[in-house]
Design a protein around this ligand. Sequence first.
Ligand code: CP
Length: 309
Amino acid sequence: TKDLLSISDLSPDDIGRLLSDAVELKARGWNNSLSGKTLALVFEKPSLRTRVSFELAMKQMDGEALYLSPAEVGLGKREPVADVARVLSRFVDVIACRTFGHETLVQLAKYADIPVINALSDLEHPCQALADILTIYEKKGDLKGLSLAYIGDGNNCANSLLLACAMTGINCRLASPKGYLVDKDLFARAEAYAEDSGAELYSGTDLKTALRGADVIYTDVWTSMGQEAETEKRLKDFTGFQVNAKLVSMAKKDAIIMHPLPAHYGEEVDREILECPQSVIFDQAENRLHAQKAVLRDMLGGLEIGGRH
Ligand code: CP
C-alpha cells in the first residue's frame, strides 16, 4: 500500500527495515534524499511533537513542509475531503493528516494520488508506535521476548502499539478499567500477528498480570482530544490505574517508563515517575523525528547526492 493509515499497513519486515533505516538516519543527520519533495500537514487538532517532527524531517532531508491549519482547509466543511485530496495531489508529494474521525483519512487516501500518513486519528497513531518501538530497541536491544505493560485507556496509541508489539515479538499486556479495554476485533488482529512472532498478549483489568516481569511500562492520557466532556467520569473510572511508585514496583527493577506526551501529571501518571532516571519520554519524543524520516524516505526517497553534514 502507498499509505500509512494503520501500523498494519506495514508488514513485520517493513517495520524491521524502517527501524534499521531510522537508526541509520539518526546517526547520519541531514541528507538530501527528499530534494524537491513537499509534505502537506493537514491538521484538525493541535500538535507539538507530530508537527515539529514532520516539518524537521522534511527540512533535514532537503524537502519542504507546508502546515495547513484547520481554519484554512476546513476539511469536509469548507470543501469535500475528496476535493482536498485531489487538489493537494496536484501540488505536493505526500500528506500527513491529523483528524478526529479515521474515516476522513480513508477518504483522503481514496481520492489522493499521493501517499497519506495518519498523524493521529481516533483509531490509530502509527507514527507514534514506530517511534516507541525504536526507543524500546535502543534501550533494551533485541525486541523478541521483551514484555511491555500498557496501563490505561485502550485508545488510538494503545491500538497501534499493541499491533506493533505483536508484529515485532514484544509481549504486550494491557490493563484498562472495565469499559476501556482495547477493541476486541483489533485484539484479534494482533493475536494473528502474535501467532507468527511468538508474542504473548493480554487485555484485561488486572494490573498485576500486565506489570509482572515488564521491561517497559507505558501509559497515556485518560481523556483524549475530543473527549473533554467525559473527563470527570473518566477520572473516576480510572481510579487505581495511575502509574505511580506502587505500580512501577510491580515491574522489573530496570523497566523503562514511556508516555507519548503530552502528559496529564497527577492523572494517568505521577510527575515524579516521568522525572525519574528510568523515564525515556524525551528520547521517545525525539525518535518521532527519526522514525518519520525513515517513513518519508521510504515513501518518497530519491537518489542521494552527498550529505549536507
Ligand atoms: N505524541 C503526540 O502525538 O504529540 P502531539 O499531539 O504533540 O503531536
